[in-house]
Design a protein around this ligand. Structure first.
Ligand code: 13P
Length: 254
């Protein structure tokens, strides 16, 4: 493992635990994270739970992420949340361009690039998501599709000294119980690293490339053993501290 890329295990709670139940869940994450070394652990609760989770993880090694942001700092944008607001809530991170946002909320590559720039401008580290659909994979288009998604924000991340994270999440693997096998994941991760290196070798060195899509306690070790898999973006299994902790412990072996 490259010493500049500490494994990162991020839990995307999606639209679960937006209220009181977020606090015991966060406490469970803190309990296992305190016992870890050489793994960064981040949780991304719904906006309505950020303040409570921020208070619960205060003083612990657990980082806090928003699940989305609007690319303007403030203004007449009813219902939206900006990077500076996330920062004020205690976030150091933000997920950008998740496939559920691309699918259900019409987030295009240019919007994702704007959001990455806004995150960096707000002092947040973006975890930028890319990934192909099942039809695209079956059509042999995986690398073309993922390359276009990465190229859309490549200039933005190359202009910043911040070490961002990119999450490769094949859409067909999210919430389905199907994962890319380690070889399938590594192929795409290695390709992403090459595209970054072609832009700037230092960018390739510092960027953590996470795998996401049905990561569980029993498949995490094999995925995390891949040389270009620097961590995981975990959905369902992050809602159970036992499973999420087991995934984070598997990352310690990197
Ligand atoms: P699952 O782990 O539930 O498949 O979700 C993956 C994901 O979308 C994380 O962002």
């Amino acid at each position: 493992m490259n010493p500049s890329r500490t494994p990162l295990i991020a839990g995307n709670w999606k639209m679960f635990h937006g209220g009181e139940s977020s606090v015991p869940l966060a406490a469970g994450v803190v309990a296992f994270a305190k016992e870890l070394s050489n793994v960064d652990v981040v949780v991304a609760p719904p906006f309505t739970a950020l303040a409570a989770v921020s208070a619960e993880i205060d003083g612990s090694p657990v980082g806090l992420a928003g699940q989305n942001l609007y690319p303007k700092p403030e203004g007449a944008f009813t219902g939206e949340i900006s990077g500076p607001f996330l920062k004020q809530c205690g976030c150091g991170w933000v997920i950008v361009g998740h496939s559920e946002r691309r699918q259900h909320f019409n987030e295009t590559d240019p919007i994702v690039a704007d959001k990455v720039a806004a995150a960096l401008g707000s002092g947040l580290v973006p975890i930028v998501c890319v990934g192909e659909t099942l039809a695209q994979r079956e059509g042999g288009e995986t690398l073309r599709v993922v390359k276009a998604q990465v190229e859309a924000f490549l200039d933005v991340i190359a202009q910043s000294a911040v070490a961002v994270a990119i999450a490769y999440e094949p859409v067909w693997a999210i919430g389905t119980g199907k994962t890319a096998g380690p070889a399938e994941a590594e192929e795409v991760h290695a390709a992403i690293r090459t595209w970054l290196a072609n832009k700037d070798p230092k960018l390739a060195e510092r960027t953590r490339i996470l795998y996401g899509g049905s990561v569980k306690a029993d498949n995490a070790a094999a995925l995390l053993a891949c040389p270009n898999v620097d961590g995981a973006l975990v959905g369902g299994a992050s809602l159970d501290p036992g499973s999420f902790g087991a995934i984070a412990r598997a990352a310690q072996a990197k």
